[in-house]
Design a protein around this ligand. Sequence first.
Ligand code: PGA
Length: 267
Amino acid sequence: MGFFVLQFLCMKNSQKFVIGNWKMKITSLAQAKKLFTDTKKEAGKHRGVQTIVCPPAFYLEPLSKMVTGHRCVLGAQNIFHEEVGAFTGELSPLMLADRKIGYSIIGHSERRAMGETSEDVSKKIRMCIKNGIIPIVCVGETERKDDNSHYKVIKKQIKESFAGIPYEALGSILLAYEPVWALSSTKDRHDATPQDAEEMKLFVQKVFADMYGVKKIENLTFLYGGSVDADNVADFMKEKSVDGVLVGSASVDSKEFAQMLKVASSL
Ligand code: PGA
């Protein structure tokens, strides 16, 4: 079975996603190995949950040797939109495919803040599809005003990021709604509610339906991210209001993350 087909089947079969984005918070190989070992051990106990760990790129290769089975797999935090060439400091999708790393976060707000555009995101999504990598595409507004302008921001991000992406590809893409104002690292942050996430899910489905000229979008996997932890994960994931969560800070604390996996699998 081809790698892409296998990834796709794994995705379809699994009900819920819990994704850990370690960002640049782990700074030694020993620490990375210990955290991955603990996470993998816990993830192995939970059949209905697809756990994806996204470590700093430097640790993808050594951790790829520790992956056993499909319950806890690896993803990159970013890839480049070209496969090979004179691109100093970049990570090729071919390098991921070569190590059977099947996911990559694309368009995280921290990268967008460093200058990544939705046009770049669109090229990266295409690269992922071409190389059998499932993109975890992030969208999110930086602030919320009373005038509902955040919907416009999300619509624009989706339209530009998914320009040229065929409808059939939507089924093997994860869309993560991450309002920047709710991220744990945002100064003066405030909490997003499960209702915020659910409303955005409906809105996003409508944007995609309009974009692709279909009545209803059935095959989109919608994730929420922004200060998700063991205390609030159930609120976001209960009754499958969202299909999973993208977790930053709480993913580098093995006990906290283990608790989240337990809760997610119990829902
Ligand atoms: P957070 O980060 O859980 O620390 O808010 C989430 C993310 O940035 O993906």
